[in-house]
Design a protein around this ligand. Structure first.
Ligand code: IFM
Length: 471
């Protein structure tokens, strides 16, 4: 039954026939999102959906290790089974295609495709070849992320991202993948959200590998960015026809008052969340304000590193979720001041679409060489329930509509935005929050692995059909 696409279609047919309900999603008639070359897709990541962690020669990753430690992940959840996508990928691709989604952003599990000596694992590679070939057969544009947080544990055992050598191992991995998969990938992203890998992984320990030291965070970030910079020319040489980029999560910080101290706090928040990554990539230097926030944490940077890191990009992936209201902490930093009475998601994150527009238009001013942008993740978690075979995810529908409107506004303000990926195609392993937080536009019943199309996905499908009909 694992690859039986009919199980998916059982859930699709009622969805399609319910198109007569009022439509709270479709963009306004003057929205630039009606342009048929604006790519609309969905995203996932290997550890969050694949499962099969011990199969076909996959090696342990830092998330296998971390999630096995009691107390690190809510309810003791792990990615051992997740959405069982490793076995159900064919039905999942059918589902993606049947929703009319034009793009799919996935990631490769590094521990699945090569061993500690760098020897390719054919079985792991074949999985991604089959998957990407099928997506191409379906006419789906493929965005492939090389690193979405599942570092091989054997590399962590040698220092992980604190060890400069990991950046060179990453370039070897990028070399293998781009030689093996050239022709099936439309766009390569080296890293997903280096802020999370560096800060949550090495700065506060909320994510694998669970270390907590600001100095570690800045050094890990430098090695992550170096890994990116070393990989880009390798990808260019092996797969010249594809686009090469990186994905950054960005955060909006707004001041709690008009005071100079709070304004400065909001600035520092955005330095820490955005400029820490974007300045090295787009300006070739770290923002000095970062080291006002974290004195004495300057990373060790070797000659030529910043040039390697700031090599031109074909695209920049942007992931956006919420804003944070901040005040001065009375010293050289900021503290969160959660606003009362604002709309929030199941994660507790504030719904603030204007933040996406404002950050994008701000980046256009700050970075003269800003590459074309794809919104590579945007979405929200809600406690979705299946009732009579349907999921009415009303808040998500409104969330998506408002964020797509913010994207439209940024485009109209002159930002070159080429596409948008929903996070996520389906509910999945939400890292330290396990399976409780549901981000999918498709519901997953983890006890049966049944997929149920949520109302939001039906409406995206309806819009895409209308757009196609108009083209
Ligand atoms: O689930 C994550 C994803 O892996 C990276 N970006 C944020 C999402 C929601 O937290």
């Amino acid at each position: 039954m694992a690859n039986d696409a009919s199980a998916v279609f059982d859930t699709l047919s009622p969805a399609v026939s319910r198109g007569s309900l009022a439509d709270p999603f479709t963009p306004s008639a003057d929205s630039t999102l009606w342009r048929k070359n604006f790519l609309l897709g969905a995203a996932t990541a290997s550890y969050q959906i694949e499962g099969a962690v011990n199969e076909d020669g996959r090696l342990p990753s830092i998330w296998d290790t971390f999630s096995a430690i009691p107390g690190k992940v809510l309810a003791g959840d792990t990615g051992a089974v997740a959405c069982d996508h490793y076995h159900r990928w064919e039905a999942d691709v059918e589902m993606l295609a049947s929703l009319g989604l034009e793009g799919y952003r996935l990631s490769i599990a590094w521990p699945r495709v090569m061993d500690a000596a760098g020897v390719p694992n054919r079985k792991g590679l074949d999985f991604y070849k089959r998957l990407l070939n099928r997506l191409k057969e379906k006419g789906i544009t493929t965005f492939v992320t090389l690193y979405h947080w599942d570092l091989p544990q054997h590399l962590e055992d040698r220092g992980g991202w604190l060890n400069r050598d990991t950046a060179y191992r990453f370039a070897d991995y990028a070399d293998l993948m781009s030689r093996e998969l050239a022709g099936t990938v439309d766009a390569w992203a080296t890293l997903n959200e280096p802020w999370c890998s560096a800060y949550l992984g090495y700065g506060n320990g909320h994510h694998a590998p669970g270390l907590a030291n600001d100095r570690f965070a800045t050094q890990a970030m430098h090695h992550l960015l170096l890994a990116h910079g070393l990989a880009v020319p390798v990808l260019r040489a092996n797969d010249p026809a594809s686009q090469k980029g990186i994905v950054a999560n960005i955060g909006r910080g707004t001041p709690n008052s008009d005071s100079a101290a709070d304004q400065r706090a909001a600035h520092l928040f955005e330095v820490q969340h955005n400029a820490w990554i974007l300045d090295p990539l787009l300006k070739g230097s770290y923002p000095q304000d970062l080291f006002e926030l974290w004195p004495g944490t300057e990373p060790l940077v070797l000659d030529g590193d910043m040039q390697t890191i700031s090599a031109p990009l074909d695209f920049l992936g942007i992931n956006y979720y919420f804003r944070t209201n901040v005040a001065s902490d009375g010293a050289h930093g900021f503290r969160d001041v959660p606003l009362e009475g604002v709309e929030r998601t199941q994660m507790g994150w504030e719904v603030y679409p204007d933040g996406l527009r404002d950050l994008l238009t701000g980046f256009k001013k700050t970075y003269r060489n800003l590459p074309p942008i794809y919104i590579t993740e945007n979405g929200m978690a809600s406690d979705d329930q299946v009732t009579d075979g349907h999921v009415e995810d009303t808040q998500r529908i409104s969330f998506l509509k408002r964020h797509l409107a913010a994207v439209d506004q940024a485009i109209k303000a002159g930002v070159d935005i080429r596409g948008y990926f929903l996070w996520s195609l389906m509910d999945n392993f939400e890292w330290a929050f396990g399976y409780e937080r549901r981000f999918g536009v498709v519901h997953v019943d983890y006890s049966t692995q049944k997929r149920t199309i949520k109302r939001s996905a039906e409406l995206v499908e309806k819009f895409l059909k209308e757009r196609k009909a108009k083209a």
